[in-house]
Design a protein around this ligand. Structure first.
Ligand SMILES: C=CC1=C(C)c2cc3[nH]c(cc4nc(cc5[nH]c(cc1n2)c(C)c5CCC(=O)O)C(CCC(=O)O)=C4C)c(C)c3C=C
Ligand SMILES: [Fe+2]
Ligand SMILES: [Fe+2]
Length: 345
């Protein structure tokens, strides 16, 4: 059939996050972990060795244990990671000029998850059906890692490889030094100090990765350290008043050090009474921050003799962060026609 008119060309932003199980149950965790840990970008062990371990051992024991952890942070609206991602997409849409109920919003904004739902190919299908001819892929990871950003980009390009009429694509790979992002983090800390006073040490805990991946050229560690030192400088912190740690080690290999929980225990044992802990690499609260840090690490610090453990929430829906995210999107949208008007100033 020959089309009788040219379909309208729309511009879209696709926010991408890691994904989360659909429910805090062992079967839902098994599906989620099978997809996540079956990704060769995440576990870089030869398939013939890894898949029997994953399916024969890990997926028999870990789902029930992880489900119990998820149950402890689940909200009436679902997994915190999903709730915050949806909210960030909605707020970004508002800032970029999508007015719900209008047939032709300026920029379509959708979110997708690398693992679980809504999946990247499903949302790209939906965007294409809505007329998106230009798509900006914006991961909710400020620091680039092969195990997060690259695998999300892979999922997008795998979808592209199946399209006859391909949209134009742009990718944001990182914004770890973005002034708006650093400013939003700084505001989190200064608001916390205003409410609780200053004291102790600021620990910035980032998700870890295997040390080997960094040696092979992954820029992740350097980007985490750059974020942390920019934030410390912005806050006027002196040496000894702040520290970077890495959390969530998985498996037996060496991951980036120092590890978060052993560091907090050592600090408590050295007599440090108060720690303020934040997780700048996570733009929304999730299992790794709410359970691993605010429950497990808190308990370990107190058990080791620490008195005050302050957890600072992630950026979530903080207005300064949504403003920063909007500015990052606008910068990368420049030159693309949006609603018939060029976005470039
Ligand atoms: C923020 C960046 C992240 C990096 C880098 C990262 C690397 C990475 N993660 C695993 C293994 C697991 N991570 C899990 C949860 C999880 N990881 C991130 C972010 C990064 N991961 C987030 C946001 C979450 C939370 C998701 C949620 O639903 O709230 C889990 C699942 C939970 C569990 O069973 O422990 C695993 C497993 C590896 C192996 C890795 C790098 C190689
Ligand atoms: Fe992870
Ligand atoms: Fe964890």
């Amino acid at each position: 059939m020959t089309p009788s008119y040219e379909a309208p060309q729309r511009t879209a932003v696709l926010l991408v996050n890691l994904g989360t199980p659909d429910a805090p149950t062992a079967p839902a965790l098994r599906r989620y972990l099978a997809e996540f840990l079956g990704d060769p970008r995440v576990v870089e062990i030869p398939r013939a060795v890894w898949l029997p371990i994953l399916h024969g051992i890990i997926l028999r024991t870990r789902p029930a244990k992880s489900a119990a952890k998820y149950a402890s942070i689940w909200t009436p609206d679902g997994s915190p990671l999903a709730v915050w991602t949806q909210r960030q997409a909605k707020l970004l849409a508002g800032h970029l000029g999508e007015r719900l109920g209008q047939p032709q919003p300026a920029v379509l904004v959708r979110h997708a998850m690398r693992y679980g739902n809504p999946s990247i190919p499903a949302v790209l299908d939906e965007l294409k059906a809505a007329g998106a001819a230009r798509i900006l892929v914006l991961p909710l990871y400020p620091q680039y890692a092969g195990s997060t950003t690259a695998t999300a980009n892979d999922a997008v390009t795998a979808w592209m490889a199946r399209q006859r009429d391909q949209p134009e694509l742009r990718f944001v790979n990182h914004y770890h030094q973005d002034a708006g992002y650093i400013g939003a983090l700084a505001k989190r800390v200064t608001d916390h100090w205003a409410a609780n006073g200053r004291g102790g040490k600021l620990v910035m805990s980032f998700h870890g990765v295997p040390e080997r991946t960094v040696k092979l050229g992954d820029p992740y560690q350097a980007e985490c350290l750059a974020t942390a030192s920019l934030l410390a400088r912005r806050l006027g912190l002196r040496e000894g008043e702040w520290q970077v740690t890495f959390q969530s080690r998985f498996g037996k290999a060496k991951w980036l050090e120092p590890y978060t929980e052993p560091t907090l225990v050592a600090l408590a044992k050295q007599g440090l009474q108060r720690v303020d802990v934040m997780c700048p690499g996570f733009t929304g609260d999730c299992l790794e921050t709410l359970e691993e840090i605010n429950q497990e690490a808190r308990a370990a610090f107190v058990q080791a003799g620490g008195r005050e453990f302050h957890y600072l929430p992630c950026l979530n829906d903080q207005p300064e962060w949504i403003g920063a995210l909007t500015a990052i999107a606008q910068r990368h949208l420049q030159g693309w026609e949006v609603g018939g008007v060029p976005t470039a100033a």
